[in-house]
Every structure is written in C-alpha cells, then in structure tokens.
Write a protein of this length. Structure first.
Length: 320
C-alpha cells in the first residue's frame, strides 16, 4: 500500500507531463514507497522492542513479586492459567521457570499455530485479511524474539490454546492461579460470565491477579498518543474512544467478580506498575497536563483526580 496521497498525486503529474515523464514519475513513486516502507518497518521494530522490554522489565517482575507475596513457596508448584495471553503468549513464556506449569488461552490464535491460522482469523484470504494476518503474525514473532533475548529465555514449547471466548476448555478446579494482563477492559459486558468461568477452573481458595487499564486514564481511549497530546482526556470530554472498550470502573469490575471471589481489591498502579499506597515511587499519570481549569471541567463530569491520574488496576482476590 502506498502512503496516502502519494500515488494519486503522481498519477496527476503523469497525465499532465511531457512524453517520458511517466518513467521519471514511476521511479519517484518507487523511491518514495521504499522510504515509506522502511520507515514503517523501523517503527514496527521499535514498537515491538519497546513492548517486549516493558513486559520483561516491568510486567513480569511485578507480577512475579505479587504472586510470591500471595503464595510464597507454593508458587513453584502452582498451576497457572494466563487468561487472554495474547498472540505472543508473553507471560506464559516469562513465568514458565517460576511456577509448576502455566497455560495460556486467547481468542486470537497464538503465533505457534502458524500464519495461515492467523490470516483465517483476520478475515480469510482477502487483501485485508492477508495484510492484518501477516502484520499480526510478524509482530508477535518479533516480540517473542526480543523477549527471549532480553529475558535470556531459551525458545521452547508453550502450552497455549486458541478458544472461542465462551467456556474455558478446562475441567473444574484445574488451576491454583489465574492471571491476565490488559484484558478485562476489552471484555464485552456483562463480565459476570467471564468471572464465573474463571472461578470454575480455579481451585477453592485459588488466586486471581488480573491487570486492567482504566478508561478514565490519560490514554485509556486506545486511539493513540497523538490524540492525547493534542487534547488530554478528550475521550472523557467528548465521550469518545475505541468501541471495543467496556469502560468499566473499579467498582463495576469488582461487582462482576464479587459473587465468585472474596477479599477483592482493585490495586491502583502507575505506568511502571507501582502500586499507590505501597510503593513510595508511585507517580500519578498526566498531572503536568491536568490544569486546574481542565480538572474542574472533568470533575463536573463526575471524574475524580485519582480516576484521571491512575493508569490501571490489579484486581486481586481468592476463589470462594
């Protein structure tokens, strides 16, 4: 695909030019396209390396510490389920040496199932399906490569299952722990069905540690950092944002899980996954952009300072 506008402008120049101009313009199109393609590849590589680094240096150590606090020495023998493990099954790979066993499930086919399966998931062998499938599969492959490199993990088989998003493909009481990272905010309401399934596959007293991103945070809209920079918290002012987000509050998340879990708590964390009230280094997000006038405007819409400056939460508890 050419960058928007490049091909159309070149065609106009060809039609209005002298004989021979079409060859020059064709070369110009090729050079511009190669430059654009090189920039896209470079951007994708930087993005995937950054994501891999975040997972290895922040998400994984913080999760491991929380699970160790919850289970102690039992963690080494625990059976763990990563609910919504992603196509790169990052936490399945990273936690593997720390637990008894770990399995991942996701509605997106894991990279291990191959490119054909990913293309079929993205809409089949159409230009759009092939494009999205190829990009998704390549990006997952690059993140896995970077994670193995950064975490010094030897590539190995992972237990990852593609499922339909309804009933989890496991027997009752199969796991000691269920984890997830940046998943709950994308689940379609009502969430009680997901909570019930997670409880079903957990043993009594089993632990949940479910990280989720808050819609009311600075970039909780999923639209992009450019939109955030142009107009902070625009998604709350305009009631905008990605349609796949359920926009649940901490209270609504807890309410969905309350029938099946006890000791529930939403632990607020910052961008570096430090917990408010526990870690002295915790930093509210976006305070430099939250002017007094903007804060007043958002408070009038019902949003508190803490809700606006909290990146996300860890929903923790134990199965009843």
């Amino acid at each position: 695909m050419f960058p928007p506008g490049k091909l159309e402008n070149s065609v106009v120049r060809t039609r209005s030019g002298r004989a021979g101009d079409s060859v020059i313009v064709s070369m110009d199109i090729g050079v511009r396209h190669l430059r654009w393609l090189a920039h896209r590849v470079s951007t994708i590589e930087r993005r995937n390396r950054s994501k891999a680094s975040h997972l290895v240096t922040r998400v994984y150590p913080a999760l491991r510490a929380r699970l160790h606090d919850a289970l102690g020495a039992r963690l080494a023998h625990a059976r763990v389920l990563d609910f919504g493990c992603g196509d790169d099954h990052a936490l399945v790979t990273l936690l593997r040496p720390d637990v008894g066993s770990i399995t991942g499930v996701d509605i997106v086919p894991p990279r291990t199932l191959g490119l054909r399966r990913r293309i079929s998931f993205e809409g089949g062998f159409t230009p759009k399906g092939i494009g999205k499938g190829l990009l998704g599969w390549v990006e997952a492959s690059r993140r896995i490569s970077y994670m193995n490199e950064l975490a010094r993990r030897a590539p190995g088989a992972s237990s990852v299952i593609h499922y339909d998003g309804s009933r989890l493909p496991f027997d009752d009481a199969s796991f000691d722990i269920v984890i997830s990272n940046a998943v709950l905010q994308e689940l379609p309401p009502p969430l009680e069905g997901f909570a019930r399934e997670i409880r079903r596959v957990l043993k009594p007293g089993g632990v949940i540690d479910l990280e989720w991103h808050s819609f009311t945070s600075l970039d909780g809209h999923y639209v992009g950092i450019e939109a955030t920079s142009a107009r902070p918290w625009f998604h709350l002012l305009d009631n905008a944002g990605d349609d796949k987000l359920n926009r649940h509050t901490p209270a609504e998340m807890a309410e969905a899980f309350a029938p099946y879990f006890e000791g529930l708590d939403n632990l607020p964390h910052d961008r570096k996954l430090r917990i408010r009230g526990r870690d002295p280094a915790y930093e509210p997000e976006g305070v430099e952009l939250l002017s007094p006038d903007l804060l007043e405007q958002l408070e009038q819409l019902g949003f508190t300072y803490d809700a606006l400056t909290t990146r996300g939460y860890f929903l923790v508890g134990r199965a009843r």
